[in-house]
Every structure is written in structure tokens, then in C-alpha cells.
Design a protein around this ligand. Sequence first.
Ligand SMILES: Cc1cc2nc3c(=O)[nH]c(=O)nc-3n(C[C@H](O)[C@H](O)[C@H](O)COP(=O)(O)O)c2cc1C
Length: 220
Amino acid sequence: IGGASGTTSLRIVNAEHASEVFHLIDTDSSGHICSTELKEVLDRLDVSASDEDAEALFKFLDANGDGEICEDDFLSWYQEAASTVASETSAVRQALFGRRTVNSFDRTPVPDQVLRNAVKAAVSAPNHKMTEPWRFIRLGNETISKIAELNSAEIAKKDPEKAAKKKARWEAIPGWCVVTSRKTDGGIQEEEDFAATCCAVQNFQLSMFADGVGTKWTSG
Ligand SMILES: Cc1cc2nc3c(=O)[nH]c(=O)nc-3n(C[C@H](O)[C@H](O)[C@H](O)COP(=O)(O)O)c2cc1C
């Protein structure tokens, strides 16, 4: 964990911090940021910006168009950007803290777009060596019944009553998404792939929560 390099990860700031950043960019201490200093800081932050991008950003920050970014221009932009990031951060936290496992579902159809959002969130999960080991399979009614049957047959070996109840409960759940993680050599890569798939499932659930849809993660 550390300070992030890149423009999308600004810390929540106060005016003093914003001013400190301004003076770090203003390397010749002129009291203004010139276009060269702006380009240099983008390079230092590893932001892949073309000269045109840097110029466009410079024009945007140079609110009064005098060819220099003064401290006031910079402070107002920086604080606005920071507060946008802060509010997005709080939306993320709301989802993290608000999501709970749901056990009873109604039959309101889940729009395809909501499912697509969730899969998009899922595949944004970190995955070592970019293996993208996950697969998401939306089940139809016939397969839901078969899976409920399979699960119930396993439980029935020990507890037939519990098996019947569980089968009825599973068949009543209207939407199912099976998530698989690729199997390789049973070694570290496979473990890391599984870990990445678990991150993906969490992202999937958080996205569903953000779209007002309840989920339950079940391994059986
Ligand atoms: C890998 C994994 C497997 C789970 N399997 C089951 C399960 O088989 N049955 C079940 O009732 N809940 C299952 N859960 C859900 C947990 O029981 C649930 O997340 C936990 O009770 C905490 O509740 P919360 O999700 O509301 O925070 C599973 C969760 C995870 C992460």
C-alpha cells in the first residue's frame, strides 16, 4: 500500500496539501506551472500522455488563458478533483459495507444490462499473470433443476429430509450464475487463479448490490 502514481488516485486533500503538490510541480519556484513542468510531472507519474494530451490538460488548467497555471487555478482544480474522488470512494464503501448475503429472492427479472455490469466488474478483478481464469455461466431452468438434483442427491446420502428441503429452496431461486476457475497443475498458479476468481465473484456481487439486486455466493 502506498501513494499511487497516476491521476486517478488522488488522495483526499486539504488546501495545504494541494499547495504542497503545486510547489512540487513548480520546479523552478516561479509561482506558476508552465507547460514543460506539467509535461515533466506527467512523465514522472508514468501517465502516458502525448504532447497533445499534455497541451489540452494545460489549457484546461490555465483557466484565465495567460499561458501559465497559477496557484489559485491549480488549487481549485485539485480540490474539486479530490472531492470527486472522495465521493466515488464513499460509493465504493457504501457497496462494501452494505452488501449482505440474500437468502430469499423474488422473481423480478434481472435486466441483461445489470448482469453485464456485474460480469464487467468481475473481470476487472486482479489476476496474477493476467490469466483471467474465470468463466461465468448463466443457467437456464433445466440446468438449475439438474444442479439442484445433483446437490440434493449428495446431501441425501446423509440426510434425506434436508436434501428435499434444499432442492426445493434451490429450485425457487430464479437466477443462477455458475462461476468456474481454470484448473492447471494444482500448484501455485492454480491457487492464485482460484484467488483471482474469488475476487471476481466479490466484484460481481458488489456490482449487483449497486444495481439493487440481491446475491448469494454458495459453494453447495
Ligand atoms: C466461498 C464461499 C462459499 C460460501 N458458501 C455458502 C454456502 O454453501 N451456503 C451458504 O449458506 N452460504 C455460503 N456462503 C455465504 C456466507 O455464508 C456468507 O457470506 C456469510 O454468512 C457472511 O454473510 P454476508 O455475506 O452477509 O456478509 C459462502 C461464502 C463464500 C465466500
